[in-house]
Write a protein that binds this ligand. Structure first.
Ligand code: SAM
Ligand code: SF4
Length: 431
């Protein structure tokens, strides 16, 4: 979502004649768009400011703005602590960015823009064309969260749930496809709780699947409690909807899930997977896991390992529990750090084995790949298969935006390597 926000921030500042620069010492303004989901984010802000200060030691100070969730959660503290920062702007207030920059250009007052009015933000952003021209683009359709998992800052930093209107989303989607997008990932902190009037995520997916040049649709991040029948059905009926679902489970222990206030059990989770696999046996899953959550015993951890092995997630993102100030879990007793680290290593080793053995099954088989861009340093072309696996092939052809059948010849933990048969070089595939 920060990538989407950063692109939109750029669309905004262009209106007051700011341009991107790759030479950081030339910048008149720095915007650090931050994430607050785990610790160290604030440290990183101070670290980056230190770097900027050093490069501008003998020059005119640039304008320095902190946007995103660190600004929302710790805005006043960082403004007081680091005098080099001119303003903090929360994730729901960045539509006011130009006014803020213009004010700073005129005076040296510190500004704190962390009001919550997500509707105002989208009203303003809708007036600006989205200039992102990537083959694979993000589109925020829903923001915020009302679920209050005990470990998570999102309900406090992004605010309550808000879904954008279908009409504005269709306009922006068409805009992105006109810019060149062939794949769109619909974004939301609770994307499958998208509701606009009577319309749900499945309705939106069906609407945008009618856009002719849009080839692939994905969505992230889903919550198990919002996996409704209509969305499951869409996976059987919408060909453009990719058979890859990111569905965070956090833990394989019902006791831990309860302590987290997740409001779903491991059994509920497995039932969703079973129903999705029934409608489309090709669907694969990825997930997020929190390791060393307060109260997690060895037995709880082993339950998580068991779930990992049972589902065979093709990608697993795991993090040691990070206490976030203001969340209920921050007050709970921590699992000893050495134990948590050891568990994380065990988990990640198992997850990597599962991932690699899945990838090895792809060797000598064919994948349909949507190509995105040429790698600058060599002849490789980069694309993604239906399961979001990155694929590289060696070619001189311009494959940007094309979907080709690729024979996978080798794999590693990061990438699949492949080749296109002579006969299939010109054949277009639907999705
Ligand atoms: N809304 C999604 C859900 O409920 O499944 C997750 C969105 S959250 C922004 C992304 C991931 O960050 C979570 O799935 C969780 O694994 C991780 N995360 C959030 N808070 C965390 C914390 N305090 N410590 C460690 N990981 C955390
Ligand atoms: Fe955070 Fe997701 Fe839980 Fe909401 S549902 S509180 S975004 S982890």
């Amino acid at each position: 979502m920060n990538e989407y926000d950063s692109n939109r921030i750029y669309d905004l500042v262009k209106k007051i004649n700011y341009k991107k620069t790759n030479i950081s010492e030339d910048a008149d303004c720095y915007i650090l768009n931050t994430c607050h989901i785990r610790e160290k984010a604030t440290d990183k802000v101070y670290h980056d400011i230190g770097r900027i200060k050093k490069s501008f030691k003998n020059k005119k100070k640039p304008i320095v703005l902190i946007t995103g969730c660190v600004a929302q959660a710790e805005g006043e503290i960082i403004l007081n602590k680091e005098k080099y920062i001119d303003a903090v702007i929360g994730p729901q207030s960045y539509h006011q960015l130009n006014e803020t920059i213009l004010k700073i250009e005129k005076s040296s007052n510190k500004l704190n823009e962390t009001n919550f009015e997500v509707i105002d933000k989208f009203n303003k952003l809708n007036q600006l064309k989205n200039s992102n021209d990537k083959i694979s683009s993000f589109l925020t359709i829903q923001e915020g969260c009302d679920k209050f998992c005990k470990f998570c800052v999102v309900p406090y930093t992004r605010g309550p749930e808000h879904s954008r209107s279908i009409d504005e989303l269709l306009l922006e989607c068409n805009n992105l496809v006109d810019n060149g997008a062939r794949e769109i990932t619909l974004l939301g902190q609770n994307v499958n709780d998208f509701k606009y009037k009577e319309k749900k995520l499945s309705d939106l997916i069906k609407e945008i699947s009618k856009i002719k040049n849009l080839k692939r649709i994905r969505y992230t991040t889903s919550h198990p409690n919002d996996f409704t029948d209509d969305l499951i059905e869409a996976h059987g009926s919408v060909e453009k909807l990719m058979p890859m679902i990111h569905l965070p489970v956090q833990s394989g222990s019902n006791k831990t899930l309860k302590n987290m206030n997740r409001k779903h059990s491991v059994e509920d989770y497995l039932k969703i997977i079973e129903r999705l696999k029934k409608i489309n046996p090709l669907i694969e899953f990825s997930s997020d896991f929190i390791i060393g959550y307060p109260g997690e015993t060895n037995e709880d951890f082993n339950d998580t390992l068991k779930l990992l092995e049972d589902v065979k997630f093709i990608n697993s993102y795991s993090f040691i529990f990070s206490p976030r100030v203001g969340t209920p879990a921050a007050k709970m007793k921590l699992v000893e750090s050495t134990i948590a680290k050891e568990r994380l290593l065990t988990f990640q080793k198992k997850a990597a084995e599962i991932k690699l053995s899945y990838r090895k099954t792809l060797i000598n088989n064919y994948s349909t790949v949507l190509f995105e861009n040429k790698i600058k340093t060599n002849k490789n072309y980069f694309g993604k298969d239906k399961f979001s696996n990155p694929v590289l092939i060696d070619t001189n052809e311009d494959l940007k935006g094309k979907i080709r059948k690729v024979k996978i010849t080798d794999v590693n933990h990061n990438t699949l390597f492949g080749e296109i048969n002579e006969k299939e070089k010109k054949t277009e595939f639907a999705a």
